[in-house]
Design a protein around this ligand. Structure first.
Ligand code: SF4
Length: 180
């Protein structure tokens, strides 16, 4: 299922994201039931984080959430293999949540950011020990953890994404900012 959601009025935030190191900004989102299968089987992170399944919204819930929004920004972030890549990536994810705050303060009270990949704010997620989230203000789920088909979403917008053959390949990460 696909929802096309555009936003000329979001140019300012797209430009801001580009300055933060995201390489492109485009609108549109696809959800699919199969995505959670990849989390549930074959991922060691399943059930290990407040930002991973089964703690995150199902594809059906996400679809309903997406339908509450009139606008979104899809953000591409390239991560070349380098000693600093994890650090740079973590910094970009934090900056994205800051942008969410700015959008909120500009009056878009429903602003919400989906990051890429598992939450990496703590070395070990507090969910494992049954304690509350350590950075509840800043922790955000990824699109894929909420059932978004990131490959189809990216390709549907003419953006590049492919399965990687080696750990050293440049990664194409995607994030989503819902705005309304
Ligand atoms: S901020 Fe820490 S405790 Fe909260 S979801 Fe992320 S890793 Fe888990």
């Amino acid at each position: 299922m696909k929802t096309s959601i555009a936003g000329n009025n979001l140019k300012k935030y797209c430009e801001k994201a580009l300055l933060l190191g995201f390489t492109r900004a485009k609108p549109s989102v696809v959800t699919a039931p199969w995505v959670r299968l990849k989390c549930r089987f074959g991922c060691p992170g399943y059930g290990q984080s407040y930002c991973c399944p089964p703690n995150t919204p199902t594809p059906e819930e996400t679809r309903r959430i997406l339908d509450c929004y009139r606008s979104a920004i899809l953000l591409q972030f390239e991560v070349p293999d380098s000693p600093d890549c994890k650090k740079l990536f973590r910094k970009a994810m934090k900056a994205l949540v800051d942008v969410e705050g700015e959008i909120f303060k500009d009056g878009y009270y429903k602003a919400f950011a989906f990051i890429s990949g598992p939450c990496s704010l703590c070395r070990e997620c507090a969910s494992i020990s049954g304690n509350p989230c350590v950075f509840g203000y800043r922790a955000r789920p990824s699109m894929e953890s909420c059932g978004v088909d990131v490959f189809q979403t990216a390709r549907g917008n003419g953006l590049s994404i492919r399965t990687l053959k080696n750990r050293t390949d440049t990664q194409n990460k995607y994030c989503l900012m819902l705005v309304d």
